[in-house]
Design a protein around this ligand. Sequence first.
Ligand SMILES: *Cc1c(COP(=O)(O)O)cnc(C)c1O
Length: 359
Amino acid sequence: MRPATAVIDLAALRHNLGRVRALAPHARVFAVVKADGYGHGAARLLPALGDADALAVACIEEALALRAAGATQPVLLLEGVFEADELALCAEHGFEIAVRDEAGLRLLEAARLPRPLKTWLKLDTGMHRLGIDPRHTRAFVERLRACPAVADELGVMSHLASADDPAHAQTAQQLASFEAATTGLPVRRALSNSAGVLAWPAAHHDWVRPGIMLYGCSPMLGQTGPDAGLKPVMTFSTGLIQVKTVARGETIGYSGTFTCPADMRVGIAAVGYADGYPRHAPTGTPVLVNGRPSRTLGRVSMDMLCVDLTDHPEAQLGDRVTLWGEGLPAERIAEAAGTIAYEILCNLAGRVHKRVIGG
Ligand SMILES: *Cc1c(COP(=O)(O)O)cnc(C)c1O
């Protein structure tokens, strides 16, 4: 068996959900498990998410997969539906939907459903991605309330664009826009992603929608999950499949981008970009060898990666190389590779073995 393995720690996930509860004690929680649970495998996370009030995914395909895996909670489709015939399926399975524009409202007004749908009207409070102009909130709410396909319990939501930066003025503007549009309306309100949960108590409202923090990473600039009291759910590691000494002046890997400044002990780890390790991670990206710090050397290959064993004279064939997770936050790999922890986690490939612990 190839040693590349992601250990998924359900006890860490429960802990992180507990952190959400402690930070937003008056809000109910949508556990965001889109993109197959940010690469962790949404189905295998369900045993640790029983305490979440509801789940949230991007689309109906992901929601149906959760039902097939045994999820019993309400499931929200954050991007809503794309075609009219999805509405009947949503009613059948108890999915809640976001309504993001006039066309979406018209689909609901034209629908004849066996059961009304719980619906969340999405406002564009400044991110300028999905949602209606907040000035039209009242008119949309009135039409939704008059719509037989829409359940009485109506929600209004919006999304924060810059809440990862506590000094960014945009969040206060978005909050003010959301308040102005929704204050006094008989609706349940939801604004916060993980950054909102962590840093913006005024944005907690009735429901919060944490994603990345459930997996143990912090979205806040310059902060890692452990800094915020979170524990990594995914620890990705592999084994050394060859150990060798490379002579001074020789180069390592494709295009010879790293030249050995002296005779060097080098380990070849069985992991590459086809496993989801970022190809743009440069020489010097941190790894752990047997739990102690080391670094990558040269280009990342499809199936392999070279690591520096200069300070690891004891390292031998089969020893563990940790790519991210326990002891090495994914945020640090993301920073080295010019991306964010979200992408690092989501890109974990299907061929990597998964092992669940803490269940
Ligand atoms: C993905 C998503 C979230 C979760 O965001 P995190 O930054 O991962 O917490 C919340 N709300 C919406 C609408 C989303 O699309």
